[in-house]
Ligand binder design. Sequence first.
Ligand SMILES: Cc1cc2nc3c(=O)[nH]c(=O)nc-3n(C[C@H](O)[C@H](O)[C@H](O)COP(=O)(O)OP(=O)(O)OC[C@H]3O[C@@H](n4cnc5c(N)ncnc54)[C@H](O)[C@@H]3O)c2cc1C
Length: 392
Amino acid sequence: MDLNNGITIIGGGIGGLTVANALQKAGFAFDLYEQAPELTEAGAGIGLSNAALDILDRIDLGTDVRDQGVSIKNVYLADKQMNIRRKLAVRLDTVCIHRALLIDILKSRLPAESIHLSKQAVDVKSYPDYAEILFSDNTSIHSQCLIAADGINSLIRTKLYPEIRIRYINQTIWRGITKLEVPEMMQDSYVEIWDEGLRFLTVPYRPGEIFWLAVKTAPPGIQDNPETVREELLDLFDNFHPVIKKMISGSQGYLRNDMADLGTFRRPWSHNRIVFIGDSIHATTPNLGQGGCQAIEDAQCLALCLKSFFPDVEKSFSTYYRLRREKVMSIVKTSWQFGRAAHSRNPVKHYFYRALLEYAPAVLLEKQENKLNDLTYLEEIHENELAYTTTK
Ligand SMILES: Cc1cc2nc3c(=O)[nH]c(=O)nc-3n(C[C@H](O)[C@H](O)[C@H](O)COP(=O)(O)OP(=O)(O)OC[C@H]3O[C@@H](n4cnc5c(N)ncnc54)[C@H](O)[C@@H]3O)c2cc1C
């Protein structure tokens, strides 16, 4: 049997590309297989919090991300007429960047010969000593260490753990990008609006352009009609400030997603020689903007575990799981609760959360920010050159 020498990665999204960089830095050879004909991402922005940026620094990509993104200074909570209810300073380094630029940066240092495009995994077999992947072009590979980074609809997870199901929160989110000179406060800050059972978030990601997200309660599975979606969104946000309506009307396209996660019940993150990272095993609703950040943290933690324990793959996987699970599950849970409260039909619950955001002592919110950005769990695997150090 021809066993692939290095590590195999399935999926070339944020998680797959970050783990490729982290493995490369740790001295491993890898082969990455992506179903799409090119490595790129949807036309939208993505927020990266301090811990994710810290890891990108460790794999030498942080400067490029900061250079090509916008540093976020504040979060404003506002009502639909843009009256500011609260201003919260973002104390820790946070950047928003176009997703396609992030992917370009993540692939920029990887050897082209290790990236295999138009390779869709269609079946997987897991044995104690190796994994076998079959692709849609009828080729197959065998690997002694396979990383599944194939996203929330993971084929590999569905084959190995069919009991893990996607859980919908009954909220739909639209994303758009608009060329628009926005008020000064929007140019380096998030503005989050909760009103009339709707949410609208503005995110700067490039001078002269603004990225926005809009959320409403809706069952999953509804498709937009491209002919009418602009008018429908304008109707929905009809009573909102004119600048919000300008953002909606000026967008070239509208990405629509049903918000979902994989729940918080305990599940394995590996199976024999296969290990999962990112959305494939712990997708989270986007309320905290953390799914991509957690995929980046997984990638670094897994690479460090492999560096420390390889060829003991089992120990690498179990250490990775032990170090990562608690933080990730807490984020998935908080994000779900936040989304439920923001759109709760129970006015008491809704107003309680809103009041919490508006009036909670800053120290409480800072505690939450510190928790999200905590990387001390990596100290346990501290001893090599890639390891996290607290001296930074
Ligand atoms: C509206 C919205 C806003 C968000 N905002 C943020 C934010 O601000 N900050 C943040 O950190 N996160 C955010 N997220 C979450 C973030 O986008 C995801 O968590 C992140 O993209 C997960 O990365 P991943 O690599 O695990 O999976 P994915 O990005 O889904 O990548 C999976 C890759 O695997 C490939 N693939 C899938 N199946 C196969 C197969 N069978 N064979 C080969 N290849 C395959 C796919 O083509 C894809 O390239 C948001 C999500 C949404 C929906």
